[in-house]
Design a protein around this ligand. Structure first.
Ligand code: SAM
Length: 274
């Protein structure tokens, strides 16, 4: 029976609701990407108007991701990456950076937003060393046991596990158990790469956490010590947990005159000792 509604094209699937913002799409809007919808752009706009430097902080987060992956692939010899909460494909994705330094590097992307898998599969169709699947990071057993992770990664060897721009979506109730489960699953010589919204006492940091929680369910700003806590007994690489702009910058950065957008996030990489 034809009820006169729009034709059933199968798109969007029921798992996607484009009338409400998602983290991945709103972040894509902030970065100036094109995989976002009106609700995502509205939220990105609202947050940008309320949080000075928000857009710059998203760009800084992408930049530290590139520097961190470059260090891991080019200097630390890492050839396996598990990128959790990877986001929609943008410029210089993890596999592009890693495989530019080591063409044999294997990269698995995981995100809770099914649109990430749709766009990721299209981009990765001809890259047999890279995979993507939809899962909730808060379920480490499901992520680590997923067939795509097992197909591409050998967990008996070192892996770089990335929670980049992602730790602040883990509520304090679950974060310790979740991150500990990942740390415990990694072989010696593995790395943990974290970036997070930080709380160093600036009002914009908790304000951003609040706007994020109210619109996207989760959003938590952590003190530098709380971020460091999630490295457990991993040894932090120099310079430790710092504002993202100060983590091994390509050009010298003055620590004393950081812009507002450079004071929203911190980054760190830790090594699991042999
Ligand atoms: N890692 C990318 C980066 O740093 O540029 C993207 C960061 S984006 C701010 C956070 C991503 O984490 C989004 O794509 C969102 O869908 C994803 N995410 C949030 N909570 C998640 C969860 N519980 N499980 C899996 N992915 C999650």
């Amino acid at each position: 029976e034809d009820r006169g509604g729009p034709p059933n094209t199968g798109w969007p699937p029921p798992s996607m609701d484009f009338s409400r913002p998602t983290i991945a799409r709103a972040y894509d809007a902030l970065l100036g990407g094109k995989d976002n919808y009106a609700a995502d752009r509205q939220l990105a706009q609202f947050a940008t108007e309320n949080i000075p430097g928000l857009k710059e902080s998203a760009l800084e987060n992408r930049k530290v991701l590139v520097r961190g992956v470059r260090h891991l692939a080019a200097e630390a010899g890492v050839d396996q990456f598990l990128d959790l909460g990877s986001g929609l494909p943008t410029v210089q994705n993890t596999h592009e950076v890693a495989q530019a330094h080591n063409p044999d590097a294997r990269v698995v992307y995981v995100d809770v937003d099914p649109l990430v898998t749709v766009h990721g599969q299209a981009i990765l169709a001809e890259n047999e060393r890279t995979g993507v699947f939809t899962a909730d990071v808060r379920e480490p057993a499901a992520v680590l046991g997923h067939a795509e992770a097992r197909r591409l990664l050998d967990f008996d060897r070192p892996v770089a596990l990335m929670l980049v721009g992602m730790l602040h979506y883990l509520s304090p109730d679950v974060a310790d158990d979740v991150v500990t489960a990942y740390r415990d699953a990694l072989a010696p010589g593995s790395h943990l790469f974290l970036t997070s919204l930080v709380d160093t006492g600036l009002p914009a940091q908790q304000e951003l956490a609040r706007i994020t929680r109210e619109n996207l369910e989760e959003g938590w700003a952590r003190t530098p010590e709380e971020i460091e806590y999630h490295f457990g007994d991993f040894r932090l690489l120099e310079p430790g947990v710092t504002y993202t702009a100060l983590w091994r910058p390509d050009e010298p950065v003055g620590a004393d005159n950081l812009a507002p957008g450079e004071q929203l996030g911190m980054a760190g990489i830790g090594l699991k000792n042999n």
